[in-house]
Design a protein around this ligand. Structure first.
Ligand code: GCO
Ligand code: MN
Ligand code: MN
Length: 364
């Protein structure tokens, strides 16, 4: 059997919006046809995924009436069950509607804030109906393009009120949900509020129900902010707040590329997998990325296979790093901190790093 064949126990999930990405960008329209969510589920099941994640609008197009909504959800559940697929995470699109263009939960207009809460609650209902236990909140429009008319302090109070209302709803409905806050430094706004996972972790401490709220770090977003995603993951785990993770890749200094996991920075991806696997993370390994705009549907499935395979290859490398006698020896020397010396005499980082590089290059 192929050692890198994904299986449901690996808990790989894909956003419906990822494999369903139609290749639109700010300079060009769609290049791929719309992918039916039912086909996405069937295909991903065949590739060995555990499930899918979704925005409310990915499954139920905006403007759908109540009876059509119920029919769509019923049909989706039937196909999920038939394929043995799960929906561990649901989220809400609070960024596409024109009314959200200057913020949703943080909008200066009470009517927009109420609309955002109504939409978020309906997305929670949908998620719970599909078995989700994680509700991601990504505030794509919660930010500014200019600070001339902005009041970032007030915006944060509104953000807090919004999340507090949603945790109250979770309690009232007795939903088994946890909210996972996802940070991003910018795009689509010039600046987004709470731009890093670290900022989100601090914000959680100010909420009414911190126990119901954790984080969903995205690799690309941390890299956009110039940060080390493996360290972010370690911090979230240390805080007991790593509820979910969005895996992808990103070249520093670019727009939000949402590249196939490990396609750019293999060493960075390796340390991300190491942080997750050795840090005891139990949640879904969610891919939030999309195929290059050059690709047709075949390319989309090649992209999805690639994300999972690379994760499994790197997971094996993590195990090999743990077992490698030479690496172990060097690590043991470095990690011995009972030395009476004030400063250790040798670090051995050059040797150790070269061994890791050779492991990743496949010559060890
Ligand atoms: C992005 C975001 C989104 C969110 C998703 C969940 O592309 O910048 O990461 O993909 O993760 O919308 O709310
Ligand atoms: Mn994301
Ligand atoms: Mn992203």
């Amino acid at each position: 059997m192929d050692a890198y064949q994904p299986r449901p126990e690996h808990r790989f999930t894909f956003g419906l919006w990822t494999v369903g990405n139609i290749g639109r960008d700010p300079f060009g329209g769609p290049v791929r046809p719309v992918l039916d969510p039912l086909n996405a589920v069937r295909h991903l099941a065949r590739l060995g995924a555990y499930g899918v994640s979704l925005h409310d609008d990915d499954l139920v197009p905006p403007g759908t009436g109540a009876s059509d909504r119920d029919r769509i959800v019923r049909e989706f559940r039937r196909v999920l069950d038939g394929e043995g697929m799960r929906v561990p995470m649901a989220t809400v699109n609070l960024f596409s509607e024109p009314g959200f263009r200057d913020g949703a939960l943080t909008s200066r207009f009470p009517s927009v804030r109420s609309r955002a809460l109504v939409k978020a609650k309906a997305a929670m209902d949908l998620g719970v109906e599909l078995g989700a236990e994680i509700f991601v909140l990504w505030g794509g429009r919660e930010g500014t393009d200019t600070d001339a008319a902005a009041n970032p302090g007030l915006a944060l109070q509104r953000y807090r009120d919004g999340v507090n209302t949603l945790t109250r709803y979770i309690r009232d409905q007795r939903y088994p949900l946890k909210i996972a806050l996802e940070a991003k430094p910018n795009e689509p706004r010039g600046d987004l509020f709470l731009p890093t996972t670290g900022a989100m972790l601090a914000f959680i401490g100010t909420l009414d129900e911190p126990a119901l709220v954790g984080v969903n770090p995205e690799i690309a977003h941390e890299k956009m902010a110039g940060l080390n995603p493996a360290h972010t993951i370690a911090q979230a785990l240390d805080a007991g707040k790593l509820v979910h993770v969005d895996l992808n890749d990103q070249r520093i200094g670019r727009f939000d590329q949402d590249l196939r996991f490990g396609s750019d920075d293999i060493k960075g991806a390796f340390f991300v997998v190491k942080a997750l696997e050795e840090g005891g993370y139990q949640g879904p390994r969610n891919f939030d990325a999309h195929a290059y705009r050059t690709e047709d549907e075949e390319g989309v499935w090649a992209f999805a296979r690639g994300c999972m395979r690379t994760y499994l290859v790197l997971k094996e490398k993590v195990a090999r790093m743990r077992e490698d006698p030479e690496i172990r020896g060097l690590l043991a020397a470095v990690e011995r901190d009972d030395s009476p010396e004030v400063t250790p005499l040798t670090m051995r980082d050059e040797e150790l790093d070269q061994l890791v590089v050779e492991l990743l290059l496949g010559v060890r």
